[in-house]
Design a protein. Structure first.
Length: 225
């Protein structure tokens, strides 16, 4: 007879010495209420295994609403202290998804204190989701990052921020040789109603890259709607 996967059973399994048993709990708990799953993820977030901590922290992006104060504390601790960069990056992602405004200083500190591009990428993406204008200077700085993916994330985040100070920065990348950069610029410019924005998007609409041209068309349509 199969044992019912109740909250009590799954809590007990999270303390099992076998990694596979503990890992399975993260998927087996999906039938529980958000409140119950949140309790399990809190425990799993302190597991000795990085894969389990990563999975638990990632799920907090959709479960943190149960207890936003505790979520901010747990994710902030993981962002600052977890020995694994993947886990720290997942914490940054979750803080952004939950729009924890108080996390802005922690995110900025994490960006400054690491050379790990994945963590920096996650921080920049999270700052875009927060939409806090206080992040503008850091996002501007990140547009000059040595890693292409971080630059792309920074350009997108400036669009999400919606701060008009971003317009001249974005315009500086309209003719970038990398089509992925131009693509993100076209998307970001769709957040601004300045005349120079329309002119840039009209240029991008004629871009040699189909993806860039289509993104510019969508942005123009958005601005005109």
């Amino acid at each position: 007879m199969t044992e019912a996967l109740t909250m009590a059973v799954l809590q007990e399994r999270l303390g099992d010495s076998e990694l596979g048993v503990r890992m399975a709990v993260l998927n087996q708990s999906r039938h529980l209420s958000d409140g119950e799953r949140w309790q399990l993820m809190q425990k799993a977030a302190t597991d000795t295994n990085a894969r389990i901590r990563y999975a638990a922290i990632s799920q907090m992006a959709t479960l943190g609403h149960v207890d936003e104060t505790t979520a901010a504390d747990v994710l902030g601790t993981a962002l600052r202290q977890d020995p694994e960069m993947d886990v720290r990056a997942a914490a940054a992602d979750a803080l952004g998804a939950l729009k924890v405004q108080a996390a802005l200083p922690l995110l900025a500190e994490a960006f400054t204190n690491t050379q790990d591009w994945l963590l920096q990428f996650s921080v920049i993406a999270a700052l875009g989701e927060l939409g806090n204008p206080e992040a503008f200077d850091l996002l501007e700085q990140a547009t000059g990052h040595s890693n292409e993916l971080v630059r792309i994330a920074a350009l997108g985040a400036l669009g999400e921020l919606g701060d008009v100070r971003a317009v001249p920065i974005l315009l500086g990348f309209v003719h970038d040789p990398d089509w992925q950069i131009r693509h993100r610029v076209a998307q970001a410019l769709g957040a601004f109603h300045q005349p120079e924005t329309f002119r840039a998007l009209e240029q991008l609409q004629q871009d040699s890259s189909t993806q860039v041209a289509e993104a510019a068309q969508v942005a123009i349509a958005t601005l005109q709607s």
